[in-house]
Design a protein. Sequence first.
Lengths: 222, 312, 688
Amino acid sequence: MPHTSHWIVPSLNLLASILLLISFAMLSRRRTQRLITLYAWQGLALFVSTCLVAYSSGQKELVYSAGLTLMLKVIALPWILHRLIQRLGAQWDSELLVNIPTTMLVGLGLVIFAFGLAQPISMMANTITRNTLGIALAVILLSFLMMITRRKAVTQVIGFLAMENGLFFAATSATYGMPMVIELGIALDLLVAVFILGIFFFQIREQFDSLDLHHLETLKED
Amino acid sequence: MVRQFGEVLLAIALAPLFVGWIAQCRAWLQSRTAPPLIQPYRMLRKLFHKDVAMAADATLLFRTTPYVLFGSMVLAAAIIPSIATDLPFARVADAIALIGIFATARVFQSLAAMDIGTAFGTMGARREMMVGFLAEPALLMVLFNAFLLSGSTALPSLVEAYSAEPISLNPSLTFAGVAFVMVLLAENARIPIDNPATHLELTMIHEAMLLEYSARHLALIEWASSLKLFNYACIGFALFLPWGIATHGADGGLALLLAAAALIAKLIVFGAALALIESLSAKLRIFRAPEYLATAFLLAVLGLLVHLLLGS
Amino acid sequence: MLDPAAGPAVSHAAWVARDILLLQRHDLSWMLLLVLGWLFLGAIGLLRPHSLRFVARGLFPAGAVIGLGVALLGGVALLAGHAPQTMLLPLGLPDLPFHLRLDALSGFFLLLMGVAGAGISIFAAGYFRSGEGTAPGLLGLHYHIFLASMALVVLADDAYFFMVAWELMALSSYFLVVSQHRRPEIRQAGFLYLLMAHLGALCLLFSFGVLQGGNWQFSFDAMRSANHTPFWATMAFLLALLGFGAKAGLVPLHGWLPEAHPAAPSPVSAMMSGLMLKTAVYGMLRVTFDLLHVQFWQWGALVLVLGLASALFGAIFAGVKTDMKRLLAYSSIENIGLIFTGIGLAILFEACHLPLFAALALSAALLHALNHAFFKSLLFLATGNVLHATRRRSLGALGGLGRTMPWVAALALVGTLAIAGLPPLNGFVSEWLLLQSFLFTPQLPRPFINMLVPLGAAVLALTVALAAYVMVKFYGVIFLGQPREPALEDAHDANWLERMGLAWLALGCILIGVLPQIALRATGAVTRQLLGKTISFASPIWWIAPIAPKQASYSGLLLLAGTICVIGIAYVLVRVLAHGRIRRTVPWDCGYPWQTSRMQDTAEGFGQPIRHIFGPAFDMERELPLPSDNAPRYRIHVEDRLWRMVYLPIARAVQRVSDAIGVVQGGRLAIYLLFSFLTLLGLLAGVL
């Protein structure tokens, strides 16, 4: 491995931990506005860690994907989401299905599960970031948990995006990133998904005068 | 032995000044005229010279509790290595036993608050014990982190193990540090959990327990509370910022002076930081306290798990 | 000591040889004699069954002396370090005489029973009043049979004798529980207790049936050397866990405990909580470590989970209960949970080949068992005094008793601080050791386990802190504040015998707390027998440093001495530099002019944060007054959710099955005789 200086691995570990911490913070926040900010921070941490990996491993492609991360996840998507909730008037939405301490305890259980699962897998990888695979897995699971425990459509989209962050991080830590083509594809998908979901939000709100997803239950035929 | 007594006397003397310093910083941050640094000492002097007004049916428990509180806090100060690790008393209790000493003080204070049988006293006692049982798991997990990194819960060994290592931002220690500050705020009756300046009956915890105390008893309790804050700060320094503490074998007179200077510098910075945190945050409703302390617990556990994952 | 690596057959031969060599030592015979002494005391009580003076002032103190003797011999068996002594009694089944054995493990529990039992007996000598339920002579008989049977359980060395003693213990304690049998709720509690005791005993019977391993030898020696397949070993373990868990009150088998313990007279509650629950701990250790030689880490995980669940459950429920004895009963569940947590950890470490840490965890568990015998007995006895002085059990009717009952209040304060796990008393030491052993759980060589088990330490810390909360409530509401009823003003203090009993137990709490190494040497003998290791002992006796002084150390004595010195200096300085003037006045209370005793927090109020935070654990029924009510009434009833979800469905199922079987019960004698006749025919056909 070229350029692996002694401070790289601790810094990567710290960044990975921060990613995990942000996932937990997302679980515990009530306001949509805050969630978007946290999502942007998560993107930033991801950007820095990808840059570090790119620097230490010498992989050119990673620099591009880091740039993509910065553009898309730190600037573009948060901005779009921000505009979206302003248009929808949904800044203050916060409906949790489960109370926060319980969610956090469940989240802890998921982290332990992810870490235990990742320990044997990370032995097989030979990247310097392999230890952080468990964290990436945990970020994915926690984002999923966030989608489950929220009622509002916007927060669920943020959960979805955060999940993609986790996947991206898993890819970097296990194999120094996915091939560029796939990454570009995913980025495009995300962008399109956010647009389509944004249109959906307007539709849902027009239909029910609210973004609360439990209204969808009334669509069931019986 | 001289070192031991010096350390204890330093703690007893510095503790009110530390509280005064935080009050000063808070005043500056809130654009008020700051009280002088020695304001807590003036307060103590005034209290010591007043006559005690005590409820007619206060029992012996009520009268001894101020001394018990003061005694246990001074003892804790003797155990915590704030300027040197080679203290004869430092091995009497490890960090977990220190939590026990603080718990003893808390139980005595709560019992004394219930002694006279006033509404506020019992309410304060109940709330204080609630904060206690919420904070202790988090605090224990913080110590667990420290143990994993150094293989010891004895504070002198901890300090010596850390000081030997190069300075780096260890993720698990960072998490544990944040959790520790959160617990420190809760345990020392400060904003977001309690407000040290309030006398609004329904929101207070610590003050509610002291309502019946006056004069020298109150002075002792106030002194003990400032010592408690000082002790917590020193535990925090030992766990997270051990640099500057004179370690075994390198603790001549000059080293001790340097260590004392380092301690004061740390206290100044930390006090200012505390004042900043307190000024920036709002007091939580009492039943948001579980959420707050659950967050501290979560941070400490995450630190532990991250250590187990990344350190292996 | 024996080499644990040697084969069981060799070790058996070695024991027999040593037995012959050590014939001059007759500790076991003396022990048996003392136990018989208890039975004898019980029997002669029947000579004058209605004379309270004879039974209470004569027999109970003699029982206490015998208890001290038992403790002494148990201590000798522990610390002398000689080989286990065995003995055969010419009683029992034709080919299975009663086996007895005195080794370190049984010695430790005899020590526990003897010391704590002595204190309880002295107290009981002053406690029982005439005209309360069963006649004194009969009560003395049950009481001493109960004591003797507990000692025999610990001494038994074959399954048959063990079961005989076990059942004797259950029956005698049942009679003690229902000694005030005129009250229906006490009869009901007694019935529930008997039922659970027998279900537990049935499990034990099956467990021993599995343990004999197919060669139909029921002595423990044969079981030790029997080869168990993993499946059958686990079956035996699970059955034993069920049986002993039911006796110990582990969740979810705890249903009887909060009913039966409060129903009994206070010294009996103290014995049941302080001593009888420990026989279950003993049985668990005997079967798991001695007979089955710990085989799988999963056993430890199971025990650990059950222990932690019981501990937390007990602490939470003790927090919301308002009957003082029921509160203590739930606190017993909590403490038993802590003990089983230690046992679970010990099994886990031992199965993962970390015997030193196993010894640490087991020492913590054993020490906590000893501590619990002291402080829980002390508190139960204190509630007995309160009960006698006030006739009230509900915390809502008490308060301010510290002024009228200073002796009880002062001694109960020691027990309260000890059970709350505060230094420098004994409860703290065992909890500290338990936390220390949790610190090493990340070293367990299993994925998931090494991350999950450390979280148990947080549960433990929460439990311990909750226990402190509960005890502040218990002590504060009973002894501090203002009396909530006017009748409490003339409550009388304990008499001198009661004071002696309480003081004895309080002394134990202080002594073990200040010099824990004495007790840890005793637990060390047990861990050496069961695990082949002990924790390390620091050199001056007032230190403990279980693994290494660099790792962690504690000294209760120096802590106490230091605190007292500082307090003394502070007191003198305050008096010299300031003054000592005191003006007595009315309480200030933020200037509110009108204060009554009803303005204090009630026990319900004290439980409110716990109800709020742990809400989902309870079945709550609340009656809140409306603002317009003329006579506002606030009522809350908190029930155990497990009661509704586990116990009642089982009871209903049993009811249904018995209804179905009840069909054959037509009431006609001829039909019944026909059933018997058919059974007889069937049996004969089977035999032929």
